[in-house]
Design a protein. Structure first.
Length: 151
């Protein structure tokens, strides 16, 4: 076997290793892109449910008596949530509660993506968004124990 043949063998081995690395990187990138796409889809679904709840809260507050908008929204809150998520059994789950004159809304997808919003209901029937945050539910995994060198 001459030096040219040996050089060709080394080049072929290097190309094979590079091909394996390229395929592995492509698969990892594809998996990451799919996870990101699923999270983005969940974010959009959460936004859609929260926007529907906001529209229904504004509608209920606008139809109420001038000084009782917050109490009217509070009385109809469960019905408003049911109307906003009607027909979507697999979609995000919305929950809300009244805190004084504010509606505290929590929308959560099965993946753990959440949207927390606070809606302030004024006496004149005006509804303002005071907080609108997308988050992810995170559970700490304490099952891994690092070796400290001691038994």
């Amino acid at each position: 076997m001459g030096p040219i043949s040996l050089f060709a063998l080394v080049v072929a081995l290097c190309l094979a290793v590079m091909a394996v690395l390229a395929v592995t990187t492509a698969r990892a990138s594809s998996a990451l892109a799919e996870r990101q796409a699923a999270f983005t889809a969940d974010d959009y679904a959460n936004e859609a449910v929260a926007a529907e709840v906001l529209a229904r809260v504004r509608e209920a507050a606008g139809a109420a008596e001038p000084s009782g908008a917050a109490s009217a929204v509070g009385r109809r809150l469960e019905a408003l949530l049911a109307e906003a998520s009607a027909g979507d059994e697999e979609g995000p789950v919305a929950s809300a509660e009244m805190d004084g004159d504010e509606v505290v809304l929590h929308v959560e997808s099965a993946s753990g993506r959440c949207l927390d919003a606070t809606l302030a209901v004024g006496d004149d029937g005006e509804v303002r968004v005071t907080s609108w945050k997308a988050t992810t539910r995170w559970e700490e995994n304490t099952g891994d124990v690092l070796w400290t060198g001691r038994e």
